[in-house]
Design a protein around this ligand. Structure first.
Ligand code: ADP
Ligand code: MG
Length: 354
């Protein structure tokens, strides 16, 4: 069971393995600020002597976007869409329309593994800020499952959204943080920022490069160790890195572990051999949706999907501590932890058949 206090979360996030450069060759020291928003710790680190106004502007933006897209906040725009399910079409803001539209793209690409209409199950399982629930009974799972079908979200002209059945609900928990991270990046660039790191609860964007055109070095979390312990390092410039894993939010019930990524087909947390999937891509909205999608699809189907998408790479970590890369991941990622073994897809196939 995990129910971290705010302060503990702040501490853990500060110890996250982002290898911040020593700025000796630059005029300014790194400056960091954080807020607890969207149910997680959001940290922004900038390197060129930016004023507090820029940090404040970025955090206000996150707050505003969360007010649109939160499933938990009763007065969010998302809640209004959900309340109108089966009743009426609702005209929504450009932002939420774009996120829902992009969600549907990933629902199609993942053949329904990623499904934003997952909300009834998310609520039934009690996946929220304090995910300390118990296992729902089978009949409740079955009736919630009946409400889940991304094809029943109808998008129209002029940002109209309609959920065809009463009781249907959208949850953007698997994609909104990525979209909001992209918005923060856009805002920072508009303020003249050239280098920095945006970290929205582990949804990371690196802006520009380190001084002297060196890549940023971002640690990929060891799914079996406490936060801040990594299995290796991704060296990236102007990229986003997003991980979905079984270690993020979970609880134990009668000795079994239940995590927060749900299989729309079974109604239960995904049960496969994966511990985490990390995506390295250009846009965080894509990386966020892809990390959740690939986690649900598993190694083989996940690799097939990621290879069709340009400039996107994946690093899969299995519960057996094997690590499988998409075709371009090896040049970006340096596996360093001796307990983990990089294996090919062929090797993975032969192991999983045993
Ligand atoms: P995190 O929120 O920890 O960054 P993810 O990006 O993987 O992790 O998203 C997990 C969240 O996505 C869940 O908390 C839930 O809100 C939502 N979700 C769970 N299962 C699905 C699914 N099958 N399709 C779309 N969203 C999902
Ligand atoms: Mg995600």
């Amino acid at each position: 069971m995990v129910a971290f206090s705010y302060m503990k979360k702040i501490f853990l996030f500060f110890t996250m393995t982002i290898f911040l450069l020593s700025c000796s060759e630059e005029k300014f020291e790194a400056k960091s600020d954080n807020r607890f928003l969207m149910g997680t710790v959001c940290i922004i680190t900038l390197y060129s002597g930016e004023t507090q106004d820029i940090f404040d502007g970025a955090f206000s933006l996150i707050e505003r976007e969360d007010m649109l897209m939160s499933l938990q906040k009763g007065n969010s725009e998302l809640s209004q869409i959900n309340e109108q399910a089966g009743i009426e079409r609702l005209q929504v803001s450009d932002d939420i329309f774009e996120v829902i539209k992009t969600s549907l793209l990933y629902s199609q690409m993942s053949h329904g593994a990623f499904d934003p209409t997952i909300a009834p199950l998310v609520e039934l399982w009690g996946i929220g800020e304090d995910f300390t629930g118990s296992v729902p009974d089978v009949s409740s799972i079955d009736s919630s499952k009946d409400l889940i079908d991304y094809r029943e979200i109808i998008l129209g002209d002029n940002n109209l959204v309609f959920l065809t059945e009463t009781g249907m609900k959208i949850d953007l928990g698997g994609i909104a943080k990525g979209y909001i991270a992209d918005k923060v990046k856009e805002y920072l660039i508009s303020q003249g920022v050239q280098r920095g790191i945006i970290n929205l609860g582990g949804n990371i964007i690196v802006l520009g490069s380190k001084p002297k055109s060196q890549p940023w070095k971002i640690g990929i979390q060891n799914p079996f160790d406490s936060r801040g312990n990594h299995i290796g390092i991704a060296a990236v410039t102007d990229k986003t890195i997003v991980t979905s894993g079984i270690y993020e939010r979970f609880f134990y019930f009668e000795g079994k572990r239940y995590h927060h990524i749900l299989d729309p087909e079974t109604g239960y947390p995904v049960e496969n051999d994966l511990a985490s999937v990390t995506i390295i891509a250009d846009r965080s909205i894509d990386a966020d949706a892809l990390s959740t999608s690939l986690f649900i699809l598993g190694v083989e189907e996940g690799l097939t999907l990621i290879e069709t998408i340009e400039n996107s790479e994946a690093v899969f970590v299995t519960k057996d501590k094997n690590v499988i890369y998409s075709s371009g991941a090896e040049v970006l990622f340096d596996l360093q932890h001796g307990d983990f073994t990089h294996i090919t897809l062929e090797k993975y196939g032969s192991i999983s058949q045993q």
